[in-house]
Write a protein that binds this ligand. Structure first.
Ligand SMILES: Nc1ncnc2c1ncn2[C@@H]1O[C@H](COP(=O)(O)OP(=O)(O)OP(=O)(O)O)[C@@H](O)[C@H]1O
Ligand SMILES: [Mg+2]
Length: 256
């Protein structure tokens, strides 16, 4: 363990190359306990790549990532024990019911049986899975699947929850519930790292925001700090567009 008490995860000088293309370039980011950090950027900017690097699904070409004080490359088991990940396309094993899927998740997290049973009751209530908890997930709509995968991710009360575009495809009530759940999670000292194109959700939820463009972090801070960087006092949407357009003009960055 090398990191400091006020650090939940750190991304240090991380770059990721796919073939000849650098999808993430010299990224430095520190995530703190109790904060909700939102990652924004246009299509192809490098958000999902960064998220997969942080979860350990991809290895950085260059650089170091630490989670909960553990180096993801050399102490992967300990680092991964502190986190849960909800991908942009939620995946459930089709031949399991939602309840069996949650039981599998509890086993994979090595949870004690009694604690797992108690937490299962809690997440089933929290994500309102009661009506379909004993159905096979193969019949689930996108939103039902998303809520089931989220419930599985929240079972162990992860210190770091990582989620890629969590509100896509959720109905307004589910979005509202998810926002409350994420806020409640950080209020207990846990960290949430999410990517999103829903700037209104980010504006309401995020403690800090990072903006990535062409694999480079072009802005990072509170909404107030980003407003000051953009010299613009409006909503996040305007601030985001101004910062990305200015940077595109400056650097001549191409799209995906
Ligand atoms: N497996 C891969 N092989 C090669 N290139 C990839 C791969 N995955 C992503 N890329 C490229 O890396 C860049 C970043 O992609 P990434 O998926 O991280 O973007 P994103 O910010 O999540 O975009 P979106 O908002 O569309 O989800 C893009 O140029 C993409 O084409
Ligand atoms: Mg993506």
């Amino acid at each position: 363990m090398t990191s400091q008490a006020n650090t939940r995860a750190s991304i240090q000088q991380v770059s990721k190359q796919y073939g000849q293309h650098w999808a993430v370039r010299e990224l430095n980011l520190v995530l703190k306990p109790g904060e909700l950090f939102a990652f924004l950027g246009p299509n192809g900017a490098g958000k999902t790549t960064t998220i997969k690097l942080l979860c350990g699904l991809l290895r950085p070409t260059v650089g170091t990532i630490e989670v909960d004080g553990y180096n993801l490359a050399t102490q992967g088991l300990q680092a991964r024990a502190a986190m849960s990940y909800v991908p942009d396309l939620p995946f459930c094993y089709e031949h399991l019911t939602a309840r069996e899927f949650l039981e599998l998740a509890a086993d994979l997290h090595g949870m004690d049986k009694q604690l797992a049973a108690q937490r299962m009751d809690e997440v089933i209530r929290l994500f309102e899975l009661e009506k379909f908890i004993d159905q096979l997930t193969e019949r689930f709509s996108h939103g039902m699947r998303q809520r089931t995968v989220f419930a599985a991710a929240m079972l162990p009360e992860p210190k770091l929850l990582i989620t890629d575009e969590p509100t896509v495809g959720l109905d307004p009530r589910s979005v509202r519930q998810l926002k409350d759940i994420l806020r409640n999670h950080t209020s207990k000292g846990n960290t949430v790292f999410l990517s999103s194109h829903s700037l209104d959700v980010v504006e309401q939820l995020a403690d800090r925001i990072g903006i990535i463009l062409g694999g480079k972090l072009i802005g990072c801070g509170t909404l107030e700090e980003l407003r000051s960087q953009a010299s613009h006092n409006g909503p996040l949407e305007d601030v985001f567009l101004k910062l990305t357009q200015t940077e595109e003009q400056r650097a001549g960055v191409d799209g995906p």
